[in-house]
Design a protein around this ligand. Sequence first.
Ligand code: C5P
Length: 238
Amino acid sequence: MSQRPIIALDFPDRTEIEAFLTHFPKDESLFVKVGMEIFYQEGPSIVYWLREQGHDVFLDLKLHDIPNTVERAMTRLARLGVSLTNVHAAGGIEMMEAGLAGLHKGTAAGAQVPDLIAVTQLTSTSEAQMHRDQQILTSLQDSVLHYAKCAQTAGLQGVVCSALEAQMIKEQTNDSFIRLTPGIRPEGSAVGDQKRVMTPQNARQAGATMIVVGRPITQSASPYESYIAIKEAWEEQA
Ligand code: C5P
């Protein structure tokens, strides 16, 4: 089954999220992304509330700490009933394994363990910055690929990556390894601060398995229509 496009709920508080969701039919089950801004404002209750409304949640907190801390944090996050969450691959294989172990520990008996994916190099990082700030002296592509393989070795289900890297990651890992890509813009919509964007159709062709879409839906005058158009464009290529 093709995954629904994930809607990035980049709003400052729950009131705005509630207002945004009134644009959707009550029985439309969405896959939404809860990021740091809203989670740090509202806490776990926002996740419980979204789950009660019938939505699936990608909790995008990008954990990066010592393995013990990540394991304990993931044990807590697993209890929220999210479908998907993430860590930074730069934390290392041991840290990613610990994150996965925490998710397994924290998931209630009989419930689905959340998928865990890794952020490789942030798409805001240029190769020059990576060389200068991280002292990683390979190409950006090689670094992304290396991190993807580390994530696979640790047993994670996939990575967050640019659509431009999705095909290469697919070839070097496997077909079912999640390649979740942001920076999606339907034909003719505003790019905003994103530098390298792709349409949903092109992202699919480039090897993405899941897409995250924010402003083209959240800032739209007709959010539901925009969502359905993006969903259809994405599914058309499946
Ligand atoms: O509004 P827009 O569609 O650009 O939102 C994309 C979402 O994906 C935002 O929540 C942004 O923080 C997130 N994201 C991204 N690039 C990454 C990782 C996450 O745009 N590399």
